[in-house]
Design a protein around this ligand. Structure first.
Ligand SMILES: C[S@@+](CC[C@H](N)C(=O)[O-])C[C@H]1O[C@@H](n2cnc3c(N)ncnc32)[C@H](O)[C@@H]1O
Length: 344
């Protein structure tokens, strides 16, 4: 099943165009990565927008926030799922999930809507969480290269989709890991199953670039969990629009401590969301905390990107940003570290 952005309804074709080629070259960080990530990572195909308008538009009908309970019998989360592995991380085959959801059995019906609109993103309806986007792997590489310490940290994987960033933190002995995605279907059908798979599978491999050279057959290693795995007790799962999720967390009767680390990949494509994203970061990040944000330089057809978001942050004057890594192959990608301004 082919998914793509659909910002132009003209020249509609299932064949990649010239722009597609440069995007699809993004996965070529290493030979291993090409093989492993080509299957896992989403390379959105973009066309020029039919009507490009720089003015941010208000989104209507944004999704309410909800916390997703972890089922007592976690094995049921993996029923009808095919589990694969990349970089020592386990994840459910998303095409299989999409097939099972095509009957509209999940209330949001995002798969049918996505297919019908030929788009990986339907603003306010479906925000792309059914794919693993390539900047996720950039951030995982960065954590591995810098030996990022997660021990005893409270971590939020913001706009998590598959949740691989949170899972890496969980395996790195984080104290708590919270996952947030816009779509409840993504949390139920992808994020939670991935987290369960990584919690109940043996081994403690964390994903490094070298691991990708040997993609292991994972499903053979799946064991039935007899009780809630310890790792899973550190996790909470949320769906909904960013402002609504912040509200839910801050007003909840459950104790909430701000995050030491907020990890977020490919979440700044739409400038309309910058205000909500910025406020969410400022409300949920601990005063000494850090955000690690991975993004493409620019999202053609959507309008967002690193430069625009940095400018937005600068104007708000709450955070400072520091570019910690540039990946200069194909379309440029960045990893940005964000921390509170000393003055704020
Ligand atoms: C392109 S996907 C990236 C998914 C994942 N981080 C990855 O790299 O594979 C963007 C994610 O950002 C989240 N997102 C985007 N806009 C949002 C909004 N306004 N409120 C809440 N979540 C949003 C969605 O959950 C979506 O999964």
């Amino acid at each position: 099943m082919a998914f793509r952005f659909n910002f132009s309804i003209e020249n509609e074709s299932d064949e990649p165009d010239a722009g597609d080629k440069s995007e699809s070259q993004l996965g070529s960080l290493a030979g291993s990565r090409q093989a492993a990530d080509a299957e896992a990572a989403c390379s959105p195909r973009l066309a020029a927008p039919k009507h490009q308008d720089a003015t941010p538009k208000k989104q209507c009908c944004l999704k309410a926030a909800k916390e997703h309970d972890i089922p007592k019998d976690v094995n049921q989360v993996l029923e009808n799922k095919v589990v694969e592995a990349v970089s020592g991380l386990h994840y459910v085959n998303m095409s299989v999930v999409e097939m099972t959801l095509l009957d509209g059995s999940h209330g949001e019906d995002i798969v049918s809507k996505s297919v019908a609109s030929h788009s990986d993103l339907i603003p306010g309806v479906y925000e792309g969480g059914m794919k693993i986007w390539e900047c996720t792997f950039d951030l995982i590489d960065y954590f591995s290269e810098t030996e990022m310490q997660f021990t005893n940290k409270t971590v939020l994987d913001l706009g998590c989709g598959a949740g691989l960033l949170g899972i890496v933190a969980l395996r790195g002995k984080a104290k708590k890991v919270h996952f947030q995605d816009y779509n409840s279907t993504v949390i139920d059908e992808i994020t939670l199953p991935n987290t369960v798979a990584n919690c109940i599978l043996d081994g403690n491999e964390t994903g490094s670039r070298d691991d990708r050279k040997t993609s292991k057959p994972p499903s053979k290693r799946l064991k039935k969990a007899k009780c809630l795995p310890d790792l899973l007790t550190k996790c909470r799962f949320f769906s909904g629009e960013w402002s609504a999720v912040s509200q839910l967390l801050l007003s909840s009767s459950k104790p909430f401590s701000k995050y030491d680390l907020i990890l977020t990949s490919e979440t700044i494509y739409n400038p309309d969301y910058y205000s909500a994203l910025h406020d969410t970061l400022s409300q949920l990040l601990d005063k000494n905390g850090r955000v690690y944000l991975a993004s493409k330089a620019h999202y053609f057809g959507v309008g967002g990107g690193v430069y625009l978001f940095e400018k937005f942050i600068e104007e708000r004057n709450v955070f400072r940003t520091n570019t910690v890594k540039i990946i200069d192959e194909g379309l440029k990608r960045f990893i940005i570290e964000i921390a509170f301004n000393i003055s704020s």
